[in-house]
Structure formats: structure tokens, C-alpha cells
Write a protein that binds this ligand. Structure first.
Ligand SMILES: Nc1ncnc2c1ncn2[C@@H]1O[C@H](COP(=O)(O)OP(=O)(O)OP(=O)(O)O)[C@@H](O)[C@H]1O
Length: 295
């Protein structure tokens, strides 16, 4: 079975709002995707469609050439984890994981137990007595241990403290290396998660702004740092964003690929050329999206 997920001109409408508008893209089997977008951009809507929670209003979503929606064989391939409050659920963690195991064909119980230990979650706690962070951890464990060919994490990390998030990222990398599968992680924590992503999808107001390999995206710009006067001379005529000044030192993001000659000039000026961050690019690109719409 081919496990790429293909969206063709997908639109999802709520009332008169297009939460997702004419999105076409393919999630290739085995890659780790970062799905980013500002509040209300349509991330959860898109991921819920992949999880078959609802049907697209227009367009198709297919795996192995077949529509995903309500296809039990295909849905077995996908795990979608999202923030849940489990308020009405008093079963214990252990019972809940046993229930998950029953309907997840790739679930690895030993790995789940290892994660329970590493994340220090108690098997005996009723779900509705877990703290917010512990609920996030439980969701993360379900997502990882399900080992589904397509695993979707919808912003489940917000309840986790920083060390727990770090541990989760480490587990994602380790387990993906051992058991390659498609992972889609939506997040607002762009700066701390960017190193996980092989490809980045940016949604903006329901539309797909871009889908690009992370390294190519980061190649779109550089940071230039050094004495303010030298930086000012160097950036003349270049497209820049996000200037920061500290004392006599200035750092500017240049949204252009530099030529060899420009790089040489920078070195001669004593300037340092460094990478841009995905977070800064994201902020810039979504602002630019707004600007283009206004014109
Ligand atoms: N069930 C619904 N009924 C009506 N409108 C909805 C529904 N779900 C989402 N929307 C709208 O669709 C748009 C996209 O929402 P969505 O939750 O997908 O965004 P998001 O990118 O996940 O946002 P956030 O980062 O804030 O969680 C928003 O305008 C939202 O108000």
C-alpha cells in the first residue's frame, strides 16, 4: 500500500467561512512535516480532515489512490492526537492504553511502557485526574507508541513543560529513525521545533502559502551581523527584515540569496553571515501574505 497522503483542491467550509481553501499538497511517506500557521490559519481543520473527522466540502483526500473518508482500512494507518481534556473519562491510564492497543494495528506495548517510564506517567491515575501536562504526555505516548504509518500531532505540546517537550522531540527523532513513518506536527513553537522538520507547510488564512524542504526554505535568507555602519552599507538595495541593534552592533535579516561576491564583500567589511531562523521567516512570510492581500 502506498502511504502518501494526497490532497487535491481541498476546501472545508463552516457556514460562510472557508477554513481551508483550495489546498493541494502531498504528504510523502516517511517524512516529518512541520505544519505552521497563525491562529485560525486552518491547521486543525486540515488535520481533522486527514483524520477523517469530517469530509472536505470540495476536493479529495486520498491514500493509495482511494478517498480517506470513512475508509476503515486507510484510517487504521492514521493516528491523530490532539489536546483532549478527558473530563468525563475516569478510566485509568493503563485501561485507556489497553483500549488504544485494541484498535491500533501497529501499536507497540513495550515501547508504550518504556515511554510511560521515561515520561514518569503513572498507569494508575484516572484520566480526569491528570494534570494538563500529563494529558499532553499521554497523548504523545499514544501517538508515538501507535507507530502508525501516518501520525499527526496537533499542538499537543502546549501543556508540557520545557524539559518534557525536549524529551518528546528526542523521542520523535529517535523513533522516527528506527521506524520511519510520516509524522505531521502542527505547532506555534516554531523556534524550538524547527530542527525536527524535513519539510515545512505554511498555511495562511486557509490557503497554502508554501510547502518546501526545510533546508531550502532556510536558504531563502541570511542574517548579517556586525558594526552598524558596515551592516548599513552592505544591505543597501537588499530586501531586509527584522533589524536588531545592540550598542554599535547591528543584526539584519536579508531575504535574498547572496552571491559569492556579496559574501566576499561582507567578509571584507568584517560582517558575519549566518542562517535565518524558521520562526523569523515564518513571521516575515505570513506578514507578506497579508500585504499581498491588501494590494
Ligand atoms: N467547527 C467549526 N465551526 C465554525 N468555524 C470553525 C470550526 N472549526 C474551525 N472554524 C474556523 O475555521 C478557521 C480555522 O480554524 P482552525 O481551528 O483550523 O485554525 P488553527 O490554525 O488550528 O488555529 P489555532 O492555531 O488558533 O489553533 C477559523 O476561522 C475558525 O474560526
Amino acid at each position: 500500500m502506498k502511504k502518501d497522503v494526497v490532497l487535491n483542491h481541498v476546501t472545508k467550509t463552516f457556514g460562510n467561512v472557508n477554513a481551508i481553501e483550495n489546498v493541494s499538497l502531498q504528504f510523502d511517506e516517511g517524512k516529518i512535516y512541520g505544519l505552521i500557521g497563525r491562529n485560525g490559519a486552518g491547521k486543525t481543520t486540515l488535520l481533522s480532515l486527514l483524520a477523517s473527522f469530517s469530509e472536505p466540502s470540495q476536493g479529495t483526500i486520498e491514500m493509495d489512490g482511494k478517498p480517506l473518508f470513512e475508509n476503515a482500512d486507510l484510517m487504521e494507518q492514521i493516528t491523530f492526537v490532539y489536546e483532549r481534556d478527558y473530563q468525563e473519562n475516569s478510566e485509568k491510564v493503563k485501561e485507556h492504553l489497553e483500549a488504544v492497543e485494541a484498535y491500533k494495528p501497529y501499536y507497540d506495548k513495550d515501547y508504550a511502557m518504556e515511554l510511560i517510564k521515561d515520561f514518569k506517567l503513572s498507569l494508575k491515575t484516572p484520566l480526569n485526574q491528570l494534570s494538563k501536562g500529563m494529558k499532553s504526555v499521554l497523548n504523545a505516548i499514544i501517538g508515538l507508541a501507535s507507530r502508525s504509518p501516518v501520525t499527526i500531532f496537533d499542538e499537543i505540546y502546549s501543556g508540557m513543560d520545557a524539559p518534557t517537550r525536549e524529551l518528546f522531540y528526542q523521542k520523535v527523532i529517535e523513533d522516527h529513525a528506527l521506524h520511519p513513518r510520516t509524522m505531521i506536527l502542527s505547532t506555534h513553537l516554531v523556534s524550538e521545533m524547527d530542527y525536527l522538520f524535513e519539510e515545512v507547510v505554511i498555511l495562511h488564512k486557509g490557503k497554502m502559502l508554501l510547502k518546501e524542504p526545510a533546508d531550502e526554505l532556510l536558504d531563502r535568507g541570511v542574517s548579517v551581523t556586525g558594526a552598524a555602519e558596515g551592516v548599513d552599507r552592505f544591505i543597501q538595495g537588499l530586501k531586509t527584515i527584522n533589524t536588531q541593534t545592540l550598542g554599535g552592533t547591528k543584526s539584519v535579516m536579508v531575504i535574498e540569496q547572496l552571491t559569492e561576491e556579496q559574501r566576499r564583500n561582507a567578509r571584507q567589511e568584517g560582517l558575519e553571515i549566518g542562517p535565518v531562523s524558521l520562526q523569523n521567516l515564518f513571521i516575515h512570510l505570513t506578514k507578506e501574505g497579508e500585504h499581498n492581500e491588501e494590494n
